[in-house]
Design a protein around this ligand. Structure first.
Ligand SMILES: [Zn+2]
Length: 105
């Protein structure tokens, strides 16, 4: 019988499915835990329930790499320390002045 281990706790069902898709594209089998509970409760909106992603131990290293890449891609927006402009999380440098985040003014 296959063993499942938790690799990531998604904040909601949408994030869980996005990550599940990303892992499955890489050939990693994923099981979602928590969604069934959300369905059973019925009253709760889907985005109010945390969903745990389960994978096989042999896929742990690769899964972590993929999840790490994903999390870097969706980081929060940041404010430029140089000109004060607000930048989307996907920008590596300030779109207005080219300043890098986290390096001070
Ligand atoms: Zn700037």
């Amino acid at each position: 019988m296959s063993e499942w281990i938790p690799v990531y706790q998604a904040a909601n069902s949408l994030e869980a499915h996005t990550l599940k898709g990303a892992l499955e594209v890489a050939g990693i089998e994923v099981c979602l835990q928590g969604e069934a509970l959300a369905g059973a409760l019925g009253e709760l909106p889907m985005n109010a329930v945390e969903v745990t992603l389960l994978i096989h131990p042999r896929d742990l290293e690769r899964s972590r790499l993929i999840l790490e890449k994903y999390r870097r891609g969706v980081r929060d927006s940041w404010r430029c320390g140089h000109c004060g402009e607000c930048n989307a999380g996907s920008f590596e440098t300030c779109w207005r002045c080219g300043h890098e985040p986290g390096t001070g003014a």
